[in-house]
Design a protein around this ligand. Structure first.
Ligand code: C2O
Ligand code: CU
Length: 548
C-alpha cells in the first residue's frame, strides 16, 4: 500500500459554471476539485489550507468508513471543530475498499458553493473487477444556485422563512449552460454571459466500439435526478462501492450522495455526437435540464448533436423510482449476508415542523441542533453536560399518526441528543416518509450514514407494518450502501452493525434539509476510540485540549 499525498488550497473565486458569474469555492483553482486516485489500503493524506478568509470549513470523505480514525471524518460539530480561516488541517485516513466515493464540505451549507469532488479507489495490482471495460471515467452531477450559501442559510433560519426554491441550473461535471436571455434570475449586465469562453457544455470524448465504465455520482443540493445518454443503455454494476447484480436502464435515477458505476458500449453511429442529460425528478421543478455532449471521437467535441436532447421520465413517476431501488441487489459471488436478526429497531418518521416560529425538518417531530462541542470530543473527554442526555425518540405514534395527510399540529421541538448504540450490536433503521407541511406533498429524502455501510433490507409504500413487513426483508442478496432514498409516502428499512468506534452522522443529504435539522447522530464504542489528535480541538469546551 502507498501513501497518496495531496495539498489543497481552498478559496473563493469568481466563476461562471453555467454562464452566470458568482463566487464559488475552488480547490487548487478548480470546482469540482481534483479527483483523489488511490488503491485499496492506501493511506490518503490531504493537507487542507483554508483560504476562505472569513469562513470556517471542514471536509468529509463520503463513503470512507474511517475505521480507527473517526476524528478524520470531517463532520464539523460531530467529529471535529471547524478549520479556521488561515489554518491548515491535515486529514489522514486509509481507503480500505475499492469503489467510487466522494468528498465535500461538511460545514453549514458550504458544499453547494462548489467544494466537492470524487475519490476513486482501485483494486490492488493483480486483482480485477468482476466485469470488463476498456476505459474508466467519472462524472459528478450537481444542481446550482445563483444566491450565495450565506443568503440561503440566513433565509432558511429566519422567522420570515425564505425557502431556497428550485436551483437555477443543473451542472454536469461542474458545467452547464443557462440561456441568459430567458433565464428568470435577475440578470445584471455582465453577470450572465453566454459568450464567456468559460461557459461551455461538458464534453466527454469516447472512442467508438469500446466499453466505458462511467462512475456517476450526485452531490445535488436539492434535486433528485434522472441521468441518460441519448440512444445508449447503461448496465448498472456498482453502487456506493459495492458490486451490483447487473441490470440495464435507459435512465439512471440518482439521489444526492449516491455513486454508481454503469457500463456503456459506444456502439452507435460514430459519425455524430450524442446528448447526455440530467433532469429533476420528484419535484415539479422549473430547473431546465442539464446538458453535456457524449462526443464520439473524432467528431468535434463541441459539435451539437443533430437531435433534440432526450427528456427523462416524468417528475412524478414514483413507480419507476421504486422499481430501480428494488432492482439493486448484491452481485452474485460478492454478497455479504446481513445478520438474520437485529438487536434494536429505530423508526425515524421524516417530518416537517414549525419550531419557535421557524420551519424545520425533523425526525419524530424532533429537529436536530448542533452543540458547540463536537460529540466525539465531548464523549471521549467526558463533557456530557455539553449536550442533552435525554435520549431522542425511537419511533412515533404508530397507531394514530396518519402519514398520508398534512398534520393539523406541525409543532415540533429541537434537541442535540444522540442515539447511543451498544458496540457490535445490530441496528435496524426504518425511515418512514410522511406528508410534509404542504397538502399532497411527500418529498424524497436521500439518507446518508457516516462510518458504515448498511444493508438495504426493503422498500415499501405507506406505513411500515412492524409485524409483517420485516417478514419480507431481503436477507439473501441485499445491496450494501451508504446513501439510500426514502420515496414519497414510503418506507426504507436498513440494517447495520455498530462496529466502528466513534460518533457518526446520519442525515438527509439534501443540503437545505440537513441545514434545517434533518439529521441524527449515533455513538458506538466510544471507550475504544484511540487518543484524539489535538488538531480537531479548539471550539466549545475543547479549547484547553488544544496544544499550541
Ligand atoms: Cu455526503 Cu454527511 O455527507
Ligand atoms: Cu430531505
Amino acid at each position: 500500500a502507498r501513501i497518496r499525498h495531496y495539498k489543497w488550497e481552498i478559496k473563493y473565486e469568481y466563476r461562471s459554471p453555467d454562464c452566470y458569474k458568482k463566487l464559488v469555492i475552488t480547490i487548487n483553482g478548480r470546482t469540482p476539485g481534483p479527483t483523489i486516485f488511490a488503491q485499496q489500503n492506501d493511506t490518503v493524506i490531504v493537507e487542507v489550507k483554508n483560504n476562505l478568509l472569513t469562513e470556517n470549513t471542514a471536509i468529509h470523505w463520503h463513503g470512507i468508513r474511517q475505521i480507527g480514525t473517526p476524528w478524520f471524518d470531517g463532520t464539523e460539530g460531530v467529529t471535529q471543530c471547524p478549520v479556521l480561516p488561515g489554518d491548515t488541517f491535515v486529514y489522514k485516513f486509509v481507503v480500505d475498499r475499492p469503489g467510487t466515493y466522494l468528498y465535500h464540505a461538511h460545514y453549514g451549507m458550504q458544499r453547494e458553493a462548489g467544494l466537492y469532488g470524487s475519490i476513486r479507489v482501485a483494486l490492488p495490482d493483480g486483482k480485477s473487477e468482476p466485469f470488463a471495460y476498456d476505459y474508466d471515467r467519472s462524472i459528478i452531477l450537481n444542481d446550482w444556485y445563483h444566491k450565495s450559501t450565506y443568503e440561503q442559510a440566513a433565509g432558511l433560519s429566519s422567522i420570515d422563512f425564505q425557502w431556497v426554491d428550485e436551483p437555477q441550473s443543473l451542472l454536469i461535471h461542474g458545467k452547464g449552460r443557462l440561456n441568459c436571455s430567458t433565464a428568470n434570475s435577475p440578470l445584471k449586465a455582465g453577470v450572465c454571459n453566454n459568450t464567456n469562453p468559460e461557459c461551455s457544455l461538458y464534453s466527454m470524448t469516447v472512442v467508438p466500439g469500446k466499453t466505458y465504465r462511467l462512475r456517476i455520482s450526485s452531490l445535488t443540493a436539492l434535486s433528485a435526478l434522472s441521468f441518460q445518454i441519448e440512444g445508449h443503455n447503461m448496465s448498472v454494476v456498482e453502487a456506493d462501492g459495492h458490486y451490483v447484480e447487473p441490470f440495464v436502464v435507459k435512465n439512471l435515477f440518482i439521489y444526492s450522495g449516491e455513486t454508481y458505476s454503469v457500463l456503456v458500449k459506444t456502439d452507435r453511429d460514430p459519425s455524430r455526437n450524442y446528448w447526455a442529460t440530467t433532469n429533476v425528478v420528484s419535484r415539479n421543478s422549473t430547473t431546465p435540464p442539464g446538458l453535456a455532449i457524449f462526443n464520439y471521437y473524432p467528431n468535434h467535441p463541441r459539435r451539437s448533436p443533430p437531435t433534440i436532447p432526450p427528456s427523462g421520465p416524468l417528475w412524478n413517476d414514483v413507480d419507476s423510482r421504486f422499481n430501480q431501488s428494488l432492482a439493486i441487489k448484491a452481485r452474485k459471488g460478492h454478497m455479504h449476508s446481513p445478520p438474520a436478526t437485529s438487536d434494536r429497531v429505530i423508526v425515524l418518521l421524516n417530518t416537517q415542523n414549525v419550531v419557535n416560529g421557524t420551519r424545520r425538518w425533523s425526525v419524530n417531530d424532533v429537529s436536530f441542533n448542533l452543540p458547540h462541542t463536537p460529540y466525539l470530543i465531548a464523549l471521549k473527554e467526558n463533557l456530557l453536560h455539553t449536550f442533552s442526555q435525554t435520549p431522542p425518540p425511537e419511533g412515533y405514534d404508530f397507531v394514530n399518526y396518519n402519514i398520508s395527510v398534512k398534520q393539523e399540529d406541525s409543532n415540533g421541538t429541537t434537541s442535540d441528543a444522540i442515539y447511543r448504540l451498544q458496540f457490535n450490536s445490530t441496528v435496524d433503521i426504518i425511515l418512514q416518509n410522511a406528508n410534509s407541511m404542504v397538502s399532497d406533498v411527500s418529498e424524497t429524502h436521500p439518507w446518508h450514514l457516516h462510518g458504515h455501510d448498511f444493508w438495504v433490507l426493503g422498500y415499501g409504500r405507506g406505513k411500515f407494518d412492524r409485524i409483517n413487513d420485516p417478514k419480507k426483508y431481503n436477507l439473501v442478496d441485499p445491496i450494501m450502501k451508504n446513501t439510500v432514498p426514502v420515496h414519497p409516502y414510503g418506507w426504507t428499512a436498513l440494517r447495520f452493525k455498530a462496529d466502528n468506534p466513534g460518533v457518526w452522522a446520519f442525515h438527509c443529504h439534501i443540503e437545505s434539509h440537513f441545514f434545517m435539522g434533518m439529521r441524527v447522530a449515533f455513538e458506538e464504542g466510544i471507550e475504544r476510540v484511540g487518543k484524539l489528535p489535538s488538531s480537531i480541538m479548539g471550539c466549545g469546551e475543547t479549547k484547553h485540549f488544544r496544544k499550541p
